[in-house]
Design a protein around this ligand. Structure first.
Ligand SMILES: [Zn+2]
Length: 342
């Protein structure tokens, strides 16, 4: 069995935002290659891992890009301004430490014009924030963080209570781990379906990479793997409005902002879960979308659905997932791969 915390550590160390996935792709290629028949990269940078079977094609996309920041301006004192890559809560960025593409480290703070009243950061605009690298001059900062370079959260994955993992980028590196777990489980097994496990690019900026991957693979069925929000903490907007909890199993999606899951796919996943003895949860994600939404409208249409890993505080440095849920999401991908598509 693969070590989830160790893998998350490796993947987080290589994480960069959408459009900058190359280091992550290299690592995932090395990790996945022993488990499948062929691995290749397409024009946009999706990593396609193919395990041959005689039957119908199933595409399992999990995005390997993460949200981040892109440097737009360096001022005379060497402070950096930035634009978001993917969805950020500006208030949630205050105080976060970041790792620049160059390896430099910095911290994010609001400037004097920011609307921060009596500790209320809710009204802060992302353009009122800056990164302090500790640089002594504009020249020094520009070397470490040129315009157009990118930054990500700088936080180490760690174990929390109750078999949970605290980490940046559970979205979606934990789902990449679930794909690896599935591939490892299937390694020495002949399969009836023709399987494509794809680590996609640019999901966080509008489900872009998976569109070209789905066009190329031409799947009969598409099952994305991503994280989903939960309704089990008072911090979350969806508290007690969403019937998903951490640690109660991977979810089988019914609906999110990008798709209504196809009944045949939901049934395929429920049957696979039952056969493998995996406890799962129903999921209706109240906001946000997944690669599955883009797959379903590829070519003349694809039967689409999604397996999700429950995750608290999505798009923050302190995302939390249950190790058991990650493992069982991987087992569910393997079970869905083995169940023959007629
Ligand atoms: Zn995601």
């Amino acid at each position: 069995m693969l070590n989830i915390l160790e893998l998350q550590n490796q993947l987080v160390a290589e994480a960069l935002p959408s459009g900058f996935e190359k280091p992550q792709r290299k690592l995932l290629e090395a990790l996945a290659a022993p488990y499948v028949d062929e691995v290749f990269t397409d024009t946009l940078g999706n990593l396609i891992c193919h395990k041959r079977g005689p039957g119908k094609r199933i595409l399992f996309p999990a995005h390997m890009d993460v949200i981040g920041l892109m440097i737009t301006f360096v001022d005379q004192q060497g402070y950096l301004r930035f634009e978001p890559v993917g969805g950020h809560s500006p208030a949630g960025l205050i105080g976060a430490t970041v790792r620049l593409e160059s390896g430099a480290r910095g911290a994010i703070w609001p400037d004097a014009s920011a609307k921060v009243e009596k500790g209320n950061y809710g009204a802060v605009d992302i353009h009122d924030l800056y990164i302090d690298l500790g640089a002594k001059s504009k020249e020094e900062a520009e070397k470490l963080a040129p315009i157009g370079s990118v930054a990500v959260f700088d936080a180490q994955p760690s174990l929390a209570a109750g078999g949970c993992m605290l980490t940046p980028y559970a979205d979606n590196l934990s789902s990449c781990i679930a794909l690896l777990i599935a591939m490892e489980q299937l390694k020495d097994q002949p399969v009836k379906n023709d399987l494509y496990f794809v680590f996609t690019v640019q999901e966080e900026v509008g489900l872009r990479g998976v569109k070209s991957a789905a066009w190329r693979v031409q799947p009969h069925m598409g099952i994305a793997v991503d994280v989903t929000a939960t309704g089990d903490t008072p911090a979350q907007q969806d508290y007690q409005r969403m019937a998903v909890s951490l640690g109660k199993g991977p979810t089988i999606k019914i609906k999110d902002g990008s798709l209504l899951c196809n009944p045949q796919v939901k049934n395929h996943l429920r049957q696979a879960a039952e056969q493998a003895g995996i406890t799962w949860q129903d999921e209706i994600l109240l906001s946000g979308g997944t690669d599955a939404g883009a797959v379903q409208v590829s070519r003349e249409g694809v039967l689409s659905g999604c397996i999700s890993i429950p995750c608290r505080n999505i798009h923050a440095p302190g995302e939390m997932v249950s190790l058991k849920d990650v493992e069982n999401a991987g087992r569910l991908v393997a079970a869905a791969s083995l169940l023959e598509l007629k």
